[in-house]
Write a protein that binds this ligand. Structure first.
Ligand code: SF4
Length: 320
């Protein structure tokens, strides 16, 4: 590809971005670094529409600044995160706010030192927030680049090099956002719409896009979990999780199943990360641990996971 063709392709991408991309997303309309950082953390593993319409505005209403977030308790942060899953993200967000209540650093090197910030998030903050001339590679951009340059089985390092090579240094922020949207809206994993793609003219992989994108198949682990439901005066007993992805959140006490078989209220399925869980809930009279009593009316604001909320729903259904 000649220099001229390269430049024309970058221009074509920007032209598409101005008219067809997702510019109305709330974090695209702000220059507040914290708000952009928050959106990036929420968007890891969660659908754009859910973040935009529900979680992002709700979180910012309660914690409009890093400083406000730094003063909150972890329980308050967890309760606002409830339903988003992957609670470690909420914990990292809270820790980061406490480390830098006055503002986030402005270099990838310093951002990478903060909890939960990897290469992608650091670059995204520098590109979308600080408007620096840095490339960004997420799964959408990686797919577009691999196809555009016809790079089969490209490793992460190679994809970042391709992103650097393709970066439009005159409009780096819009260029990165455009590539990201192109991957989400046009160069999709299945059936990319090459006919309406602004990169189509020079794309080396358009004859066989599937060749340059292979979805990693997920390996699932099946597991059974057993929890006790101890209820007194409209409150239920919880204990603090000591480890794993729900660390520091409240959960129902774990049980040894065989001792409580007769008191089983039922079971439900729940998927989280690579685990496919079958969760059993038992009615118990007492719990042998230090417990925190949570009122049934507070289940939407208590720092409990969606798994625990499902267990409560099962308990309530058993009363009918
Ligand atoms: S032309 Fe097709 S394969 Fe190439 S970047 Fe566009 S949508 Fe993807």
């Amino acid at each position: 590809m000649t220099k001229l063709q390269f430049k024309a392709t970058q221009e074509s991408l920007l032209g598409w971005y101005e008219t067809d991309a997702r510019n109305s997303l709330p974090w695209r309309k702000t220059s507040d670094i914290y708000h952009i950082y928050l959106s990036e953390i929420m968007l890891q593993q969660t659908q754009v529409s859910r973040v935009a319409s529900e979680y992002y505005p709700k979180f910012l209403q309660k914690f409009p600044t890093l400083s406000a977030l730094s003063k909150a308790s972890l329980e308050e942060v967890f309760s606002l995160w409830s339903g988003l899953g992957y609670y470690r993200r909420a914990k990292n967000l809270h820790s980061t706010a406490q480390l830098c209540p006055e503002g986030l650093p402005d270099t990838p090197k310093d951002l990478l030192k903060l909890p939960g910030i990897g290469r992608y998030t650091a670059s995204a903050i520098c590109s979308f927030g600080y408007k620096q001339s840095v490339s960004v590679v997420d799964t959408n951009i990686a797919r577009v680049l691999a196809r555009f340059f016809a790079e089969k089985d490209a490793k992460e390092k190679e994809l970042w090099s391709l992103a650097d090579k393709f970066l439009n240094t005159k409009n780096p922020t819009e260029h990165n956002l455009a590539l990201m949207d192109l991957g989400a809206m046009v160069c999709m994993p299945k059936n990319p719409d090459c006919d309406s793609c602004p990169l189509s003219k020079e794309c080396l992989g358009k004859e066989n896009p599937d060749l340059y994108y292979k979805k990693k198949s997920k390996v699932y682990v099946d597991k059974e979990l057993h929890f006790g439901m101890c209820v007194k005066e409209n409150s239920f007993a919880t204990v603090k999780s000591q480890e794993g992805m729900y660390k520091d959140m409240l959960k129902l006490p774990s049980l040894e199943a065989h001792r409580y078989e007769d008191a089983c209220l039922g079971d439900f399925k729940h998927s989280v990360t690579h685990f496919r869980l079958k969760v059993f809930v038992y009615l118990v009279d007492e719990v042998q641990e230090d417990v925190t009593w949570v009122n049934m009316q507070d289940i939407d604001t208590a720092p409990i996971s969606s798994l625990t909320q499902k267990a409560l729903k099962l308990y309530k259904e058993s009363l009918v």
